[in-house]
Design a protein around this ligand. Structure first.
Ligand code: CXF
Ligand code: ZN
Length: 371
């Protein structure tokens, strides 16, 4: 067993507490990563707040980056010493995985949210007792994590010199926003897009919309500081959500939107987004609303105009192909997501969460060990 320091989440009533834990021995298809940095995502906080069916207490963290320390006998894709970024896990053999759409893995829950390996065995222990972990096949709020070939991506040598504490968050909200634009909706040059919500996912969508050549690129948020940053990252127009958003969009795009992208999950805004589509327009939905919520839309307009509503998870990302593509965009200056990051020491995990919740930092990243 390997000893690690990990931040344990006991629920919303207590701060995360850093403690010693033990990692199980590696199985043939697993690898151990020494974590250098890990981003904090709203999904971590949704688990803390018991909004997702993930068992507590648990070691969270699903935007880890680090150095491979050891590999099981069946692992061939990476070797000790490799720099890797981590993302969600998947089974590799269901109908979705078979068409390289692993975000829709039929076995997503056991591989990511069960608190154990997919077969139910624990990867973490504390004082000899099993501890929930293996969150997104990693649990990277820790100095070390057990991961899999399918949820780690070797950082290409072209990225030498780009630190892991910048690359860490690439495998979640950033790929979700960019993948929604580039992979799912396949945004075409010259068509208008509006993006509701300028957090990590929305900002990634704005940068990707600029890469795709969308025009205009309209960002909507209620925080002026985010609208300013959105403009710096590629938004051609910004609208404060407190204003009359629909009227402003109709002014800017009288024929309607080619793409309406909602990252908020607020039903009123989803309905607004759908109502503003041009013929053949696509409404991409990535924000999570309540599990029992319903939205409504006008069927005749949707059908008659060939409009589409598309639910998108994880930007339809195929990790091994898409994360290196995003890293290339970063290196070329087209995807400057480092502008969103605020760094915190591992011990300051609770301060980092507070900075995210107050809106002060778009993407907090914990520095866990030296690269
Ligand atoms: C996930 C959901 C499943 C695919 C990757 C991204 N969201 C995490 O916060
Ligand atoms: Zn996430």
């Amino acid at each position: 067993m390997t000893t690690a320091r990990a931040a344990i989440c006991h629920g919303s009533s207590q701060p995360f507490a850093i403690a010693d834990v033990q990692l199980d021995a590696l199985r043939p298809d697993e690898l151990r990563v020494r974590i250098v940095a890990c981003g904090i995502c709203h999904t971590d906080l949704a688990v803390r707040d018991a909004q997702l069916p993930v068992p507590l207490p648990i070691v969270l963290g699903h935007e880890g980056a680090g150095i491979v320390e050891a590999v099981g006998s069946a692992v061939t894709a990476v070797k000790p010493g490799d720099r890797v970024v981590m993302s969600f896990n998947s089974c590799g053999h269901c109908p979705s995985c078979a068409v390289d759409a692993p975000t829709y893995c039929y076995e997503f829950f056991p591989h990511n949210w069960s608190g154990t390996r997919a077969d139910g065995s624990p990867t973490l222990f504390q004082d000899g007792q099993p501890l929930n972990g293996h969150f997104f096949g990693q649990s990277a709020f820790a100095t070390h994590a057990i991961a899999h070939e399918r949820n780690v991506v070797r950082v290409p040598d072209t990225m030498d010199g780009v630190p892991l504490d910048i690359l860490a968050p690439i495998g979640c909200g950033l790929m979700t926003g960019a993948g929604a634009v580039l992979r799912a909706m396949k945004v075409r040059a010259g068509l208008p897009i509006a993006i509701w919500g300028a957090g990590t996912v929305g900002m990634a969508a704005i940068m990707a919309a600029k890469i795709a050549g969308a025009d205009p690129i309209i960002a909507i948020d209620v925080h002026e500081s985010r609208l300013t940053l959105a403009q710096e990252l590629g938004a051609t127009h910004v609208i404060n959500g407190k204003d009359d958003v629909a009227a402003r969009i109709r002014d800017l795009c009288p024929a309607g939107l080619g793409y309406a992208f909602d990252t908020t999950g607020i039903n009123r805004l989803i309905e607004q987004a759908v109502s503003l589509l041009a013929p053949m327009g696509i409404a991409g939905l990535v924000g999570a609303s309540g599990p029992a919520d319903m939205v409504s839309f006008n069927e005749a307009a949707l059908m008659g105009g060939g409009r589409r509503i598309m639910g998108i998870l994880g930007g339809d990302s195929d990790l091994q192909a898409f994360l290196p593509e995003l890293m290339d965009h970063y290196r070329a200056g087209r995807f400057p997501f480092d502008r969103l990051i605020g760094h915190f020491p591992f011990d300051a995990i609770n301060e980092a969460i507070a900075a995210s919740e107050s809106g002060q930092v778009v993407k907090p990243v914990l520095r866990i060990s030296e690269e």
